[in-house]
Design a protein around this ligand. Structure first.
Ligand SMILES: *Cc1c(COP(=O)(O)O)cnc(C)c1O
Length: 388
């Protein structure tokens, strides 16, 4: 390292805005030893030269051993499934932007969700989750957890006082999305925190309840759940953070003491984020997050206002509308990096009809019409990309 770089090392990164940080990342990172590249290199080597048996042994010792890994020295990379520079760089930036102590990435959002719950839950435990959830998360809880003897309890967490009836001595995790997929239910993270703190104050350390929030719909641009009281945040990086619809990814952000067990879980269950996906999200997704989501939010607001007064529309759920059921909570919880109200880019609406059947029929006709005729509306799954 030359003296020029040493001077840059002394830069105080905290004096720069979150937006700037997402573009420049860590000004010097030990995760990347090509100091003259402006864009981090796309590393696509699965294996790494170990130089000597001793260095190999040291690398295996350091893996998933945060305590002995010095942040000032370059990690000894061994094999992609254990770790490599692109994922490590992305993880540094994700933990920064979500205000968590550490991040671990996974191959998809579902990989991240099953990993954080895999390390927090064991046979005999219970998970209390909001009654509406992303379909595959619900399927994980309903179809797979019974096989592991993990009990899934559904609760309307928009009414947090209902938790009293749902919590048992076996509860280990409270899980929700806010805003929720697909109907944009909003859950008060601070109130859930208060409840859990009270409950945990009477529990042994091994029996504590953790709060896991899926922040995919809001993205960290609109909301940072850890600051509001969550223990863990999970993301589908495939959506708003990735932003271009070219790669899948997932992440868990949370307390440092869980980093090692998450890395061990990732190593053994194998849902490792590919290097190319990590590089794409790091290079294109994160640096443009604030621009994309702030513009999408402004667009969503206009569409919500248009729909809200449309004679054929029954209801619009959008956190930016005064008529939204949780408008006050949205204003409290959903804030961008500078503290401005950031109601997000997603909305949910229903069309009018005499009966539920008629409403469904009209909605189907509207979607098919748009799918066939619209230039800028795309009928597709997923969300948060530039086209839809
Ligand atoms: C898409 C999505 C997921 C799953 O993410 P994948 O990357 O598709 O595995 C989880 N939660 C929410 C809210 C989602 O929208």
């Amino acid at each position: 390292m030359d003296s020029e770089i040493n001077e840059r090392e002394l830069l105080d990164e905290e004096q720069y805005s979150a937006e700037t940080h997402l573009i420049y990342g860590k000004n010097i990172s030990t995760k990347w030893d090509y100091s003259h590249h402006v864009v981090s290199p796309l590393s696509s080597s699965v294996i790494f030269r170990l130089d000597s048996v001793e260095r190999g042994a040291e690398g295996f010792m350091e893996f998933a051993n945060t305590d002995i890994l010095q942040s000032e020295t370059n990690p000894i990379y061994i094999y992609d499934r254990l770790g490599e520079p692109n994922k490590d760089l992305l993880e540094e930036n994700l933990s920064y932007i979500e205000k968590g102590e550490m991040a671990v990435t996974f191959t998809t959002g579902m990989g991240a969700i099953s990993a954080v719950l895999g390390v927090l839950l064991k046979a005999g435990d219970e998970i209390v989750a909001h009654r509406t959830l992303y379909g595959c998360t619900l399927s994980l809880f309903k179809n797979w957890y019974p096989r592991l003897n993990i009990n899934y309890v559904s609760c309307d967490l928009t009414k947090h006082s209902l938790l009293n009836e749902k919590i048992t001595s076996k509860t280990r995790v409270i899980y929700f999305e806010t805003p929720g997929n697909p109907n944009l239910d909003l859950i008060d993270i601070g109130e859930i925190r208060k409840f859990v703190d009270l409950e945990n104050s009477e529990r042994e350390p091994t029996d504590k309840i953790y709060i896991v929030v899926d922040n995919t719909f809001a993205t960290p641009f609109c909301q940072r759940p850890i600051e509001l009281g969550a223990d863990f945040v999970v993301h589908s990086l495939t959506k708003g953070i990735g932003g271009f619809g070219t790669d899948m990814g997932g992440a868990v952000i949370g307390p440092k003491k869980f980093r090692d067990i998450l890395l061990l879980y990732r190593k053994d269950f194998g849902a490792v984020l590919g290097t190319k996906a990590a590089w794409t999200i790091l290079t294109y997704g994160l640096p443009t997050l604030h621009l994309r989501i702030s513009r999408q939010t402004a667009n969503a607001m206009k569409i919500a206002e248009f729909l809200a007064i449309h004679p054929k529309v029954e209801f619009v759920n959008y956190p930016g509308l005064k008529s939204y059921k949780y408008f006050e909570l949205a204003q409290k919880q959903m804030r961008d990096f500078n503290g401005n109200f950031a109601p997000g880019s997603l909305l949910f609406f229903g069309v009018k009809g005499e009966t539920l059947e008629e409403q469904k029929e009209k909605a189907r006709a509207l979607m098919n019409y748009a799918a066939k005729n619209a230039y800028t509306l795309t009928l597709a799954v997923s969300l948060g990309t530039q086209e839809h």
